[in-house]
Design a protein around this ligand. Structure first.
Ligand SMILES: [Zn+2]
Length: 431
């Protein structure tokens, strides 16, 4: 009886201690700060990315991580096409950027060009796949008819995947040798996913939710203000905590940038990747108080959304030999977890993956740890390409507001964050 009671108290003690390790209040505070309007989507207008970098640097200092080099900053430059404003009024209704329409990130500036409209003939297009001759005739005709006009690409109604895929790329045909200012209005029933471009195109492309297409379409007003900045400056924020053994290094990385702000629409990027950044800071807080086995270097990368540029710059300008990295854990999209975790490179580093699965089954923390092969889709990639053992871990589930203005803190599921944190910590301790 006595022993039993003792065991129960001991268990409760452990559970309380576990709950306290993860600072839920701090996690939420970081999320709220990084997604606030003042950070302007941590992108390319209103010094959004820079403000986020400065905030993170302060958190590194407050938490007690030391700079790896002489300071926390690693600066680099790159070209970026900044979409500052984009407006579109169709059939008398002004559409909302990010959810009703977006513009292709390589678009150039335009204001209501006076050119006539050419409506792409989707019916003949689908029929043109019946024979080589029909395809040729269609292309010749389309090339001729579209010249000197704004182009409307209506939604395509087909179940044939290859035809649909080909159509998605069709607008690229109009980009060649472009000299005048004209616009493409492409309607699609796909989810609108905003992104960034490092180059500026010769043409402007609006991508519009198919539900706004009508047979008597009237495009009343449209404009895009785009600026190609050839030397945008960003900075990675890097700090370290010494371990018991400092010959080897464990890297915890997360990108803190996002897509920025277009017109008055902010892309808060709560899941992508304020959540991973908040997780990184929570792990930092923990390891300052609990000395790790190996030195841990925390890398908060900039410009991931522009093409994994921060991590790419780092591996070409490392602060210490990459061969010292025992393992890298990259955190991106940590805002869910109700369906468990996915591990990119899981099938490459089987031993470590199996350990992660074992740790999870011991504590029954998360529903499932899913395995995936290599994929160059986040900051782990440039390291992996240089032979650094690495995982990219992301949460599964959630509402799926990927790269749109609804990726807000209120749409995250934070119930699983303490469990994800515990598993990550256990895994890092097991390396
Ligand atoms: Zn992203």
């Amino acid at each position: 009886m006595k022993t039993k009671l003792f065991v129960s108290f001991w268990l409760i003690g452990i559970l309380v201690a576990q709950a306290q390790i993860f600072d839920k209040k701090y996690f939420k505070e970081v999320l709220d700060t990084l997604t606030s309007n003042s950070m302007a989507g941590r992108g390319y207008v209103e010094q959004g990315m820079d403000k986020a970098a400065n905030y993170l640097q302060n958190e590194f200092i407050k938490n007690g991580a030391k700079p790896y080099a002489s300071n926390y900053e690693q600066k680099f430059q790159f070209p970026i096409n900044i979409i500052k404003n984009a407006r579109l009024t169709i059939n008398g209704k002004e559409l909302k950027y990010g959810t009703d329409f977006i513009v292709k990130p390589s678009s150039k500036s335009i204001v209501n060009s006076k050119l006539p409209f050419y409506v792409f003939d989707t019916k003949t297009y689908i029929e043109s796949f019946q024979s080589k001759n029909k395809t040729r005739d269609f292309v010749i005709n389309d090339t001729k008819l579209q010249q000197g006009k704004n182009i409307i690409l209506p939604p395509l109604d087909t179940k044939v995947d290859s035809i649909a895929q080909y159509y998605k790329q069709w607008a690229n045909n109009y980009e060649k040798d472009e000299t005048q200012s004209r616009a493409i209005f492409r309607f699609t029933s796909d989810k609108l996913i905003s992104s960034l471009s490092q180059r500026q195109s010769t043409i402007t492309e609006f991508v519009i939710d198919a539900k706004y297409y009508t047979n008597h379409l009237k495009i009343n007003n449209y404009s895009v203000e785009a600026e190609l900045n050839p030397n945008f400056e960003a900075k990675n924020i890097i700090g370290a905590i010494n371990g018991k053994n400092n010959d080897s290094v464990v890297v915890i990385s997360a990108h803190y940038d996002h897509l920025g702000k277009v017109s008055n629409v902010v892309f808060p990027g709560a899941s992508d990747n304020a959540s991973g950044t908040a997780m990184l800071l929570n792990l930092m807080k923990y390891y300052v108080k609990n000395q790790p086995k190996y030195k841990i270097v925390f890398m908060a990368f900039a410009a991931e959304e522009a093409g994994i540029l921060g991590a790419d710059y780092y591996v070409n300008n490392p602060l210490f030999p990459l061969s010292k990295i025992k393992f890298l854990v990259n955190l991106d999209i940590m805002g869910a977890g109700d369906q468990g975790l996915q591990v990119v490179n899981g099938s490459v580093y089987r031993k470590q993956f199996n350990r992660l699965v074992d740790l999870n089954s011991q504590n029954k923390d998360l529903k499932e740890i899913k395995i995936r092969g290599e994929s160059c889709n986040s900051d782990h990639c440039p390291f992996y390409m240089k032979g650094v053992p690495s995982f990219f871990i992301y949460t599964l589930g959630g509402k799926g507001y990927y790269h749109d203005p609804n990726d807000k803190v209120e749409n995250l599921n934070l119930d699983y964050s303490p469990k994800v944190f515990n598993l990550l910590k256990d895994f890092i301790n097991s390396l």
